[in-house]
Design a protein around this ligand. Structure first.
Ligand code: HEM
Ligand code: HEM
Length: 218
């Protein structure tokens, strides 16, 4: 590749996370917290099941966005094999850890785990809610416990990477901006997809609560 002129290589503040990815993340956290806190009591079951289904709808959206979304939201951009994950983790022990503009390979591994176990959680929750047997309820709880561990690792990973790279990653997931060279920025924040995502979620919530989806809410 041709050498870029110095000015082009200079690091500035660039847009990395589009609006739909940010809406997805923080609504996912909110739904998870509500579903978890309401899981133990019958009284809160409507809240548990509803927040759980919205959690599932968000995951389905993210699967799609991982294929057609903007640069750093695509799975092909951040899902890496075990060798690259190890190489990244080893680089964290050195003075100049490898810096990634999008997700780092170790973080990506946790993300794949959260997306897949998240979907299994919703599937087993649905089966348990529809009385497919007590064991399904146990499985549902077991999967959630593994998911909790991965989420714990995810949060610690975010904190550790933020310190080592001297970059507030949680803030980047809020305002969308990270450090990088101008050519690496995404061009569009994708506002329209963000609005469509919210509209889709509100419609789904309305259909769920007004009894239009009996196969989900008998
Ligand atoms: C308050 C706690 C949390 C914070 C501060 C946080 C922060 C972050 C940050 C900074 C990223 C981007 C990582 C990167 O820069 O590579 C991220 C990604 C992600 N986090 Fe969290 N997270 C939290 C809780 C959670 C929870 C509870 C879940 C799951 C239920 C979750 C699921 C994800 C997923 C799936 C991604 C990938 C985002 C995407 O590319 O769409 N996070 N998180
Ligand atoms: C973010 C998603 C979810 C999380 C974190 C979650 C978490 C949990 C947890 C921790 C329990 C065990 C509670 C206990 O101590 O007894 C539980 C039970 C249950 N969940 Fe979920 N859940 C989620 C989604 C769902 C969904 C989408 C449904 C149904 C549509 C569902 C239906 C149920 C039912 C029926 C039980 C009782 C199971 C039994 O006692 O056998 N959950 N959930």
């Amino acid at each position: 590749m041709a050498q870029q002129p110095q000015a082009v290589q200079e690091e500035t503040r660039i847009l990395v996370w589009d609006i739909p990815t940010r809406i997805f993340h923080w609504l996912l956290v909110l739904c998870f917290v509500i579903a978890y806190l309401t899981s133990e009591s019958e009284r809160w079951q409507l809240w548990h099941v509803t927040s759980g289904y919205v959690f599932g709808a968000l995951l389905l959206f993210r699967m799609l966005w991982g294929v057609v979304g903007s640069r750093y939201a695509r799975f092909s951009q951040f899902v890496r094999g075990p060798r690259q994950v190890l190489a990244y983790l080893r680089s964290l022990l050195t003075k100049s850890p490898e810096h990634f503009t999008g997700h780092n390979p170790a973080g990506a591994l946790a993300i794949v785990g959260i997306l897949s176990l998240g979907l299994l959680t919703v599937l087993t929750g649905w089966a348990s809610f529809n009385d497919y047997g007590d064991w399904i309820g146990e499985l549902h709880e077991g999967i959630v416990n593994v998911l909790l561990i991965i989420i714990g690792v995810h949060i610690v990973g975010v904190l550790v990477s933020s310190v080592l790279h001297r970059e507030n990653l949680a803030r980047a997931m809020i305002n969308g901006h990270k450090r990088g060279v101008a050519v690496e920025a995404i061009r569009y924040p994708q506002w329209i997809v963000g609005v469509l995502l919210l509209a889709g979620l509100i419609t789904f919530l309305w259909a769920l609560l007004s009894g239009e989806l009996p196969w989900l809410m008998p």
